[in-house]
Structures are given as C-alpha cells and as structure tokens.
Design a protein around this ligand. Structure first.
Ligand SMILES: [Zn+2]
Length: 91
C-alpha cells in the first residue's frame, strides 16, 4: 500500500481508493462499500478483527471435543493411521 503523508488532501485521496468492504446486505443484495480494515476484506462493522473467544471462554464450549486443537489432533492421528496402512500394504 502507498505510504500516506500528513497532508489531509492526500489522506482523503488515499481513503477514496482504499479497498472496499465485500459484505453484502441480505435485504438489498448490495455491497457495503465502506473502506475495509487494513489487511482485511471487510469493514469494522462487518466483522473485521472479530470472532468468538477460544476454548472455555466461548459460551458454546462444553467438553472440548470440537476445539481446534482436538480436531487438529484427530486429523494428525488419522493421517498417521492412513500412512501406516499404506506402508503395510506395500510389504
Ligand atoms: Zn462493511
């Protein structure tokens, strides 16, 4: 992105060419078009930087079976299992 100086006219011009929010209204089907948060595709009103708390801090958390770490661990075990089965098939 172009470096922006302190000149208010420059800053306004930069804001005009800034990437726009890609969120779409259900009611009208039109895009939000507000300036997107830096490095994001949506504006501050449409969930840039948002997200639910992780782990037990999340209200829907019950036992951790579907936590990111648990899902990742199962994925690794499954990959290992498939690799082992493939290896045994080639013996
Ligand atoms: Zn938006």
């Amino acid at each position: 992105m172009k470096e922006v100086g302190t000149n208010p006219i420059d800053r306004l011009a930069a804001a005009r060419i800034a990437p726009r929010c890609t969120a779409k209204a259900k009611s009208t089907g039109l895009r939000c078009e507000a300036p997107a948060v830096r490095e994001r595709r949506v504006c501050r009103c449409h969930g840039a930087r948002g997200g639910a708390p992780k782990g037990a801090g999340n209200g829907a958390f019950r036992h951790g079976l579907y936590s990111g770490e648990a899902i990742e661990a199962r994925r690794e075990v499954r990959a290992l299992f498939i690799a082992a089965r493939e290896m045994l098939a080639h013996l």
